[in-house]
Design a protein around this ligand. Structure first.
Ligand code: NAD
Ligand code: NA
Length: 396
């Protein structure tokens, strides 16, 4: 069928299999062009189908020759109805990995559940024995705690004061004022329960209890800090509390890994257009300004460039992993450069509906957003009939 983007709010309801495939091929080619990485050989990626997790899986496989298992939560296709983009991404990745002689299998389901953890561990036991890297890259608005059965919902709210600032609707380009009421204690706790480190620790505990972690094991989860303009709603808001918890959990996990000479890290990544970040107020305006500046400076990166740098220049250099004063890996270093952030402050004040098209990179934002769903990808014929019923070759 002919597949076109169908937008609803911050999401696109359709995805293009050929566009998603082309995105994967482009990312694989990028990784190959950067040369081999002396990295992990057996890798589990939790949240492997889109964004940073997908880039981590591609980098592990095509940079370091790793066998990979991916865990994700994606919607399969039905006749006449497309799958979610992460489904097509995974199908394309596993097709290419298998073609290249690399082991690639995956599990589609709720990573927060005991069942999916058990299924994943069975697969590791049967096929890989032990693993040397776990990437934890989930972004979800909800989590059911498997031990209590309680469903937690995260919120994106400031703490201790109401918040008011500019934002942009990136579909229309209209800059407006958004006001968000401060969170109550329960909303803070729920957000920490969803996006904090509890589930990451559960995964590592479970894997360790089954002796599935190789000597020298590493695990990495992703965090974000960001600029002053988003601080009240992001890093000092509910999601920031969850990130504080995630970052603290790295130390808890590291302590537990001493006997396998293992270590847990948090990597602070750059702001990028993903399904998760598009839903956060204020962030799209920031990203459109940031893209403009970083592209002008020649320091713009997408998920794949970020993760290639994480592996090559931070995790697998052969030397100690460089971290900041809080023990975090920083690949947001270029985003946070003083000159970049100084320009953000100025542009932020000046941003209006009228001048944002010139001051910011709204075009780049929109293109990246469409690209997430496989649309507006160079080299893809969108007039051609596309088969929506794509299968994932390594799906268990
Ligand atoms: P994303 O939405 O692109 O990816 C989320 C992944 O989680 C997908 O593979 C999805 O299938 C999977 N997932 C969600 N719920 C699941 C569930 N219940 N069970 C199994 N899989 C599930 O998000 P992203 O932007 O790549 O975010 C990944 C991490 O990176 C998050 O911790 C995020 O905070 C962090 N991060 C994001 C940015 C950014 O700007 N996007 C910047 C820095 C850090
Ligand atoms: Na991800």
């Amino acid at each position: 069928m002919i597949i076109e983007p169908r937008m609803r709010g911050f999401i696109c309801l359709t995805a293009h299999p050929k566009g998603c495939e082309q995105n994967i091929i482009n990312q694989i080619n990028y990784i190959k062009s950067k040369g081999p990485i002396n990295g992990p050989k057996k890798v589990l990626v939790i949240g492997s189908s889109t964004g940073f997790g997908l880039a981590s899986r591609i980098t592990s496989a095509f940079g370091s020759g790793a066998a990979t298992i991916g865990v994700y939560f994606e919607k399969p296709p039905k006749e006449g109805k497309t799958a979610s983009p992460g489904w097509y991404n995974t199908a394309a990745f596993e097709t290419e990995a298998i073609k290249a002689g690399l082991y690639a299998k995956s599990i589609n389901g709720d990573a927060f559940s005991n069942e999916i953890k058990a299924q994943t561990m069975e697969l590791i036991k049967a096929d890989l024995g032990q693993i040397d890297l776990v990437i934890y890259s989930l972004a979800s608005p909800v989590r059911t705690n498997p031990n209590t059965g309680v469903l937690h919902r995260s919120t994106l709210k400031p703490i201790g004061q109401n918040f008011s600032n500019k934002t942009v609707d990136f579909h229309t380009g209209i800059v407006s004022e958004v006001s968000i009421e401060q969170a109550n204690e329960e909303e803070i706790e729920n957000t920490v329960a969803v996006m904090g480190g509890e589930d990451w620790e559960m995964w590592i505990d479970a894997l360790k209890a089954e002796n599935l972690l190789a000597d020298g094991f590493t695990t990495v989860a992703y965090s974000y800090i960001g600029p002053a303009v988003t601080e009240a709603v992001y890093r000092k808001g509910t999601i920031g509390r969850a990130k504080d918890h995630l970052e603290a959990t790295a130390f808890t996990i590291s302590d537990k890994l001493a006997d396998v000479n293992g270590k847990a890290y948090v990597s602070v990544n750059k702001a990028l257009v993903t399904q998760a970040s598009s839903a956060i107020p204020v962030i799209p305006l920031y990203i459109s300004l940031l893209y403009k500046i970083m592209k002008e400076e020649g320091i713009h990166e997408g998920c794949i460039e970020q993760i290639q740098r994480l592996f090559k220049d931070r995790l697998y250099t052969g030397d100690a992993v460089p971290v900041d004063e809080k023990g975090r890996i920083r690949i947001d270093d270029w985003e946070m450069r003083d000159d970049v952030q100084a320009r953000i402050v100025t542009l932020w004040k000046e941003s209006t509906t009228e001048n944002l098209p010139a001051a910011g990179d709204l075009t780049g934002y929109k293109k990246d957003f469409l690209n997430l769903f496989g649309f507006d990808v160079a080299g893809v014929d969108y007039q051609a009939d596309a088969n929506e019923m794509v299968e994932i070759p390594g799906l268990v």
